[in-house]
Design a protein around this ligand. Structure first.
Ligand code: NAP
Ligand code: G4F
Length: 320
């Protein structure tokens, strides 16, 4: 039975990846940082099937000892301070976790067993003010937030350890991926939750920032399959993962509200508070390398994603 370590197990992607690896027969070790209240909401249904260990990307020793104890063949580094607006309020913390945390994990692997296969959760935020449309593996980076800058560091340190120490270190450049398990502060979940809540008469309006920003949105459940496929290749590499389609935030609102027979224009209020100091206006992937080499294709369409999220929030709110 192969053993995989997942950092960020309590997050959206950690939960889907753990489910996938369990199905494939892995022993799954999930790394969670210590907090005063347990936040296993996304993994409660599988918590008895995985091993949760305490660890923190800010603490080198914790990473070394968990690799020594569990001897994984694969490490998926999903942990990060992942919310872009927070990265302007806490830029140093974002750099420490999201950038230097990658080096700490790579160093731990180099010391304990450099044969361990490593996956780094890189991001389309690295393309920022895009230098090319659509974005592919060779598109130059131009990050627009401290988060994006930290992810560029994480990407390049992964490439550097691959080239310096011949390690199997792979960087997955994933475009936005969402699900009913997405954090409430991200725009898609904020919209799906508000559409459901307004429909049920629990809320009256939805306050949003830039409705014209365009993203290449896919389903997180599809994207964790790509992570696993990347570590099953003969050689480490960089891969862009996305749908190849882009949609505006406004379009997400339109579909989400229409799904519950409402017109978003009657409820969405523009609020300056949610505008960013520097915006990423347009992201759209060219996933042809992943399609050709990994044989990866997303299964869930944009409309299916939006309606899946609204339906899930409706069901959850009805129970409350
Ligand atoms: P998420 O839901 O925000 O999860 C982030 C995880 O990181 C949580 O489990 C969090 O733990 C953990 N974490 C934060 N700081 C930590 C630290 N110092 N030590 C250990 N763990 C820590 O993010 P996600 O959407 O699943 O994304 C997974 C990864 O992919 C992230 O690296 C993100 O930046 C990247 N990414 C995401 C997308 C996307 O669209 N979702 C796209 C491209 C790249 P707590 O629960 O304790 O906070
Ligand atoms: O949902 P968002 O906060 O996601 P963002 O900034 O694209 O980042 C996500 O995707 C990245 C991949 O490209 C990940 F690396 C990152 O970790 C994260 O998962 O915002 C999407 C867009 C932005 O342009 C934002 O300005 O929605 C716009 N927006 C408009 N109103 C809003 C809001 N975003 C949020 N969070 N809240 C609003 O009220």
């Amino acid at each position: 039975m192969p053993t995989a370590i997942i950092t960020g197990i309590t997050g959206q992607d950690g939960s889907y990846l753990a489910e996938l690896l369990l199905k494939k027969g892995y022993q799954v070790i999930g790394v969670a940082r210590r907090s005063s209240t347990v936040n296993y909401e996304r993994i409660n249904h599988i918590v008895d099937d995985i091993t949760i260990v305490q660890g923190d990307l800010q603490d080198q020793g914790s990473l070394l000892s968990l690799l020594e104890e569990y001897k994984p063949s694969e490490v998926y580094n999903l942990a990060a301070q992942s919310f872009v607006p927070t990265s302007w309020n806490q830029p140093a913390l974002t750099g420490d976790v999201t950038a230097l945390g990658v080096t700490r994990m790579l160093e731990a692997i180099r010391f304990v067993n450099p044969k361990i296969r490593f996956y780094q959760a890189s991001s389309s935020e690295m393309f920022g003010k895009v230098m090319e449309v659509p974005q592919r593996e060779e598109t130059p980076f131009y990050p627009r937030s401290p988060y994006g800058v930290a992810k560029v560091y994480g990407h390049w340190i992964t490439v550097n350890y691959r080239e310096s120490f011949d390690m199997f270190a792979t960087s997955g450049i994933l475009f936005n991926h969402e699900s009913p398990r997405r954090g409430m502060e991200f725009v898609t979940r904020k919209i799906s939750n508000a559409a459901a809540s307004i429909k049920l008469g629990k809320t009256k309006e939805l306050r949003l920032g830039n409705l014209e920003a365009q993203r290449d949105w896919g389903f997180a459940g599809d994207y964790v399959e790509a992570m696993w496929l990347m570590l099953q290749q003969d050689h480490p590499d960089n891969y862009v993962i996305g749908t190849g389609e882009t949609h505006a935030v406004r379009e997400f609102c339109e579909i989400a509200f229409a799904h519950v027979d409402l017109d978003y224009k009657d409820y969405v209020v523009m609020d300056e508070k949610f505008y960013r100091p520097a915006e990423v206006d347009l992201l759209i992937s060219d996933p042809s390398k992943a399609r050709a080499q990994l044989k990866w294709e997303p299964a869930v369409s944009f409309k299916e994603l939006v309606t899946m999220m609204v339906d899930s929030d409706l069901a959850r709110l009805k129970k409350q």
